[in-house]
Design a protein around this ligand. Structure first.
Ligand code: HEC
Ligand code: HEC
Ligand code: HEC
Ligand code: HEC
Length: 184
């Protein structure tokens, strides 16, 4: 009898332990996810790259209303599963950091078109999802926009166009497409 009591007590303790450990783990997991979204984290590798300096000149860094879009706002999805997928894929960045793939301005420029192309593809596939966490066609006051913006935006949705088709190079300069070796 006493033995059975001891057993169920241990079982309850075990359940409590797993429960508490689970909360602790989830907390750590979440904390590490958000820590890896901090701008300081991104620029600890993407330090002196021209595209970071270019960003600091952009309206997404500083503007009259004081709303800032950070690296992760545009490059890391908010929804859980796409976010995890992005983090897992980003492990390749650590590999390339160790290999020094973009560790000089020259190498960075050489790689730039390929990297930008990956970002464009991703944004086309997601219908510019990250842009739309802040911007929506339906919330735009078209009457306050310039003529060309107004007419493009009014029709973009019907035509199935997405932000990144028209707004490349919005914070970083447009990279140059590498020249094909033989010009024939
Ligand atoms: C450990 C160093 C390191 C950290 C931290 C890091 N990056 Fe990178 N990143 C790299 C390297 C190296 C590349 C080039 C990878 C390649 O050529 O495939 C890269 C490539 C990129 C690209 C180009 C597109 C692509 O898929 O290759 C983007 C965008 C990017 N990083 C954004 C970010 C953002 C946003 C953060 C912060 C959330 C971040 N990086 C944190 C090293 C890093
Ligand atoms: C975190 C919120 C946020 C995200 C994400 C975001 N933006 Fe913005 N965007 C802003 C703010 C804030 C401004 C400045 C508004 C102002 O003061 O006029 C702005 C301005 C702009 C402008 C006009 C100024 C300029 O630099 O040309 C364009 C175009 C634009 N965003 C496109 C985009 C696109 C494309 C994306 C996705 C790649 C994107 N934005 C992602 C918040 C955001
Ligand atoms: C068919 C092309 C097209 C599409 C698609 C498009 N835009 Fe634009 N947008 C323009 C043009 C052209 C302008 C005016 C010139 C400029 O600022 O680049 C503009 C201007 C803007 C501006 C500045 C408006 C102002 O007058 O202050 C913002 C912000 C903006 N776009 C955000 C977006 C976002 C976010 C999306 C996706 C939800 C988007 N645009 C989709 C063509 C487009
Ligand atoms: C407003 C959205 C936005 C913000 C904020 C932003 N990026 Fe980007 N990033 C883009 C887009 C869009 C591209 C694709 C190339 C282009 O159109 O400029 C890109 C491309 C890149 C690339 C590929 C190389 C290149 O220059 O094209 C890297 C690396 C990168 N971003 C890193 C960063 C880092 C690091 C930060 C923060 C310091 C940051 N980005 C902030 C939208 C953004």
């Amino acid at each position: 009898m006493a033995d059975a009591k001891g057993k169920s007590r241990r079982l309850i303790l075990l359940i409590v332990f797993i429960f508490v450990a689970g909360i602790g783990f989830a907390g750590l997991f979440n904390a590490s996810l958000s820590a890896t979204n901090e701008m300081e984290f991104c620029v600890s590798c993407h330090t002196m790259e021209t595209n970071y300096l270019e960003y600091q000149d952009s309206l997404h860094f500083k503007n009259p209303s004081g709303v800032q879009a950070t690296c992760a706002d545009c490059h890391v999805p908010k929804a859980f599963l796409p976010k995890i997928a992005t983090k897992v894929i980003a492990a390749k960045d650590v590999y390339h950091e160790i290999m020094g793939t973009i560790d000089t301005p020259e190498k960075f420029e050489e790689h730039r078109w390929a990297m930008a192309s990956r970002v464009w593809k991703k944004m086309e596939r997601s219908d510019s999802r990250e842009c739309r966490t802040c911007h929506e066609f339906k919330n735009m006051d078209l009457s306050e926009q310039g003529r060309s913006a107004r007419s493009r935006h009014a029709r973009a949705e019907d035509k199935g166009q997405t932000c990144i088709e028209c707004h490349q190079g919005v914070v970083h300069e447009m990279p140059r497409e590498p020249r094909v070796k033989d010009d024939g």
